[in-house]
Design a protein around this ligand. Structure first.
Ligand SMILES: Cc1cc2nc3c(=O)[nH]c(=O)nc-3n(C[C@H](O)[C@H](O)[C@H](O)COP(=O)(O)O)c2cc1C
Length: 336
């Protein structure tokens, strides 16, 4: 009961603070705060902010700093909070970064290290996952790799955040997105342990996906050849689904090579499901070749390919102009 009262009081204190944030993430001066809290409606809606059961905060924290930030994010978004607990807890000796032989030094020096997690964390049913971690040697702790590689983030917007002594988030969020291989990962953000409620509120408001983004609606693969974006009618097959997952985790930039006087071909960097069929191609066809290469045609060839799509807004002459003038860069993004 006492605990409940404390929670309510804490909630009210939070509403008071949030009501006093300006648009730039600063707190108003105390006398202004007093005025604002009188309007309970402002405080209420700010505090509820994004109260949704499909939002989850997942955090790994070795010494409590990131967890404290995660708790504030959970309160502000109305989200649940789940903690990644290592099967083997990190002792102070393990966390000693001055010791090149400490457990964390060894793990961070080994890109393949995957420390076990004590208890599985389910993200099923969640559309938005805030993912928090401390920076260790400029990277996310390897246990985050264990976590992201063991979950399917399809249809989930992942919002990474971290705390550190001073380092920025760097490439740690991109590396996790690549390891996850699924989900819509947004640019992550580093906070100091003393981040204010107002700074967090501003960030939450700025990064909050719209309903459309959260539901992954209206979004499609977009194809850009050098600087020209072309309209594509994508196939509805498991190869395109896998390509969409890949690209929604991170934009793909592919260096293509001219080949045979009829195509440009480049590596996707990984294999997609394939269902090759003997095909005679024509200008504008986009094919999967050998499972891990994308081919865009400006002429005709007969081979066994899996069709990915077809460029619909360029004539055969346009395709020749685009592709028959030296190697091109192909960019595939996922957006509206
Ligand atoms: C093994 C280890 C490595 C660290 N490496 C960095 C670093 O590269 N850059 C940095 O700014 N802080 C570094 N720190 C400091 C932590 O990122 C910082 O204290 C963080 O807020 C701790 O979060 P936690 O309490 O949630 O574990 C490191 C800490 C440890 C234990």
């Amino acid at each position: 009961m006492k605990r409940r009262l404390l929670t309510v009081m804490l909630g009210l204190a939070m509403m008071f603070t949030l009501a006093a944030c300006d648009g730039a993430g600063n707190a108003d001066p105390p006398e202004k705060q007093g005025t604002k809290t009188d309007t309970s409606e402002t405080g209420g809606s700010n505090a509820r902010n994004d109260s949704r059961s499909d939002v989850l905060v997942v955090v790994f924290s070795a010494t409590g700093t990131t967890k404290r930030v995660a708790e504030k994010i959970a309160v502000q978004t109305g989200a649940g909070l789940k903690e990644i607990i290592p099967a083997a807890p990190y002792s102070s000796a393990d966390l000693n970064y001055s010791d090149s032989g400490s457990r964390t030094s060894r793990e961070q020096n080994d890109a393949t290290a995957r420390p076990a997690i004590a208890e599985n964390i389910s993200i099923e049913g969640y559309k938005i996952v805030y993912l928090g971690y401390p920076i260790w040697w400029g990277q996310a702790p390897r246990i985050l790799s264990t976590f992201v590689e063991s979950h399917d983030f399809s249809g989930v917007t992942v919002i990474p955040f971290c705390t550190s002594g001073s380092s920025d988030i760097g490439q740690s969020d991109d590396a996790l997105a690549a390891q996850a291989g699924s989900g819509n990962w947004v640019q992550g953000k580093r906070f100091s342990g003393s981040v204010t409620e107002c700074e967090l509120k501003k960030w939450i408001d700025d990064t909050k996906p719209t309903e459309t983004e959260g539901a992954d609606m209206e979004k499609t693969l977009r194809l850009i050849i050098n600087d020209t974006e072309v309209a594509v009618e994508w196939e509805k097959n498991e190869s395109v689904d896998a390509l969409t997952e890949l690209v929604s985790a991170k934009d793909l930039t592919i260096q293509m090579s001219m080949y045979g006087g009829f195509e440009q071909v480049g590596s996707l960097g990984r294999s997609l499901p394939r269902n090759d069929v003997q095909t005679t191609t024509s200008a504008g066809d986009i094919m999967l070749y050998s499972g891990d290469k994308i081919v865009v045609f400006y002429g005709s060839n007969s081979w066994a390919y899996t069709r990915l799509g077809r460029i619909t807004d360029q004539s055969a002459a346009d395709m020749t102009r685009l592709l028959n003038n030296g190697n091109v860069t192909l960019k595939i993004t996922y957006g509206g």
